[in-house]
Design a protein around this ligand. Structure first.
Ligand code: PMT
Length: 404
């Protein structure tokens, strides 16, 4: 049984008889937990109605960029960034050719051009069209740009011919899509992730906290599981479903998070600190609700232990990745944290209204040694996948160096 929980998929449908299978594919993707938005070309609407796809997806079906302009002036960018995967099934010979040559003359081709995340095409067409050198050249061209191809299968075709060109069955495509989210890059590695905010009690009913939703840390945990790691997630109070196959330990305060991390750290190969941990807590927590006795009230705060610093000070620290949430001087502040906390890597986010805390999207600049990598704005799940790939590469590099 495969899982697509929390995955956001744009299902593109182009004009071809295989479009009838897209309805079953949509149902399967949704049944396995994916959030799916359907984008159809005008030709696709000749083979299957947008109403069918709307009823099955429970969402508006997008067809033309111009017709959708009133809904959102930047629909193609929004959908391209929203998606963890763009799946075009069926992808006609004409559509493949247009993408190969960079055309952006309808919503679906524009989304493919604007996408920064993974794209998979399931080509389907007459067997001679599939075998034609022009189509094969176009397939090679888009493959070299990183577009995944689910090869068509051979068999009887709707046109009466027999040969390669049929779109595989929806079950097979859904399985390949699920597999595309997994890798073996972290197979066997034990990963500890912190996520969400902490709460510092003031009295029995009040606390100090922050706007972290936990989404970034949960996305990192999920991406690590999909890369084959064994994941323990230490979570502050959030309102998110538990990632499948993660061991989750719930905590409230920074000191609780600190002691839980330290209890688990010796069984950890990679530590990723995505939690927004309170730097201070109350010197004394009032045992009774504080009364409104005067106009001013002073709270005395003391510094909490810095979890990252304590972890990297261990005799045998794991590969340690911190986050830096900054409202200004992103690079300078992140580099200072990388050095002073003795981290292997730091993922810095400029936090603001639409990014970082409690937002759907994020953008990161990742720093390590004297290098850096920009992870452009995308869904947190997509950003986490790229981050985990980067962490896996650097972690494996470090282990190889140690072995020599
Ligand atoms: O949860 P979301 O809504 O998805 O938002 C994601 C996020 C913005 C919270 C996340 O991407 C992020 O940036 N997390 C770190 C937030 C933070 O507290 O940054 P900081 O710059 O204050 O701390 C730097 C690093 O030190 C962090 O890795 C933090 O976990 C760690 N730290 C901080 C304090 C402390 N006492 N101990 C720590 O280990």
């Amino acid at each position: 049984m495969y899982q697509l929980t929390t995955k956001r998929i744009v299902l593109g449908i182009t004009g071809g008889i295989g479009a009838y299978k897209s309805a079953v594919l949509l149902r399967l993707l949704r049944r396995h937990g994916a959030d799916v938005r359907v984008v159809m070309t005008q030709n696709a609407c000749q083979f299957i109605t947008p109403l069918t796809m709307q009823a099955l997806s429970g969402k508006t079906v997008h067809i033309e960029s111009l017709a959708q302009a009133t809904e959102s002036a930047m629909l193609h960018i929004d959908l391209a960034r929203w998606a963890d995967l763009i799946l075009v099934a069926p992808a006609s010979a004409n559509f493949i050719a247009r993408v190969a040559y960079g055309f952006a003359d309808d919503l679906l081709s524009t989304i493919c051009l604007a996408a920064t995340g993974p794209i998979i095409f399931a080509p389907a067409m007459n067997q001679q069209m599939w075998l034609n050198a022009a189509t094969q050249d176009n397939i090679e061209k888009i493959k070299t740009r990183g577009i995944g191809i689910i090869d068509p299968v051979a068999g009887d075709q709707a046109c009466g011919e027999n040969g390669p060109g049929r779109m595989p069955e929806a079950e097979d495509i859904a399985l390949l899509v699920a597999k595309s989210f997994t890798s073996n890059k972290l197979r066997g590695a034990r990963l500890l992730v912190t996520a969400g905010p902490t709460r510092e009690a003031i009295d029995p009913v009040r606390y100090i906290s922050n706007r972290s939703s936990g989404r970034m840390g949960y996305a990192v945990a999920t991406a690590a599981i999909e890369a084959g790691a064994k994941v323990t997630l230490i979570s502050g109070p959030v309102n998110l479903p538990t990632p499948d196959r993660a061991t989750v330990i719930n905590v409230l305060s920074a000191t609780e998070m600190y002691s839980t991390v330290m209890q688990n750290i010796t069984q950890t190969d990679i530590f990723v600190a995505a939690a927004a941990v309170a730097d201070f807590s109350l010197e004394t927590i009032a045992t009774q609700k504080i009364k409104k006795t005067s106009a001013l009230c002073t709270l005395n705060l003391k510094q909490n232990p810095d979890i990252l610093t304590e972890v990297t000070a261990l005799h045998k620290p794991p590969f340690t990745v911190g986050f830096a949430a900054e409202t200004e001087n992103l690079e300078a502040n992140a580099l200072t944290k990388l050095r002073t906390k003795k981290l292997d890597m730091i993922a810095a986010n400029q936090v603001g209204a639409a990014l970082g805390f409690d937002a759907e999207m994020n953008a990161l600049t990742v720093f390590w040694d004297n290098e850096r990598k920009q992870l452009p704005q995308a869904s947190k799940s997509s950003i986490a996948k790229t981050l985990i790939t980067l962490i896996a590469d650097k972690y494996n590099e470090k282990n190889t160096q140690k072995a020599h």
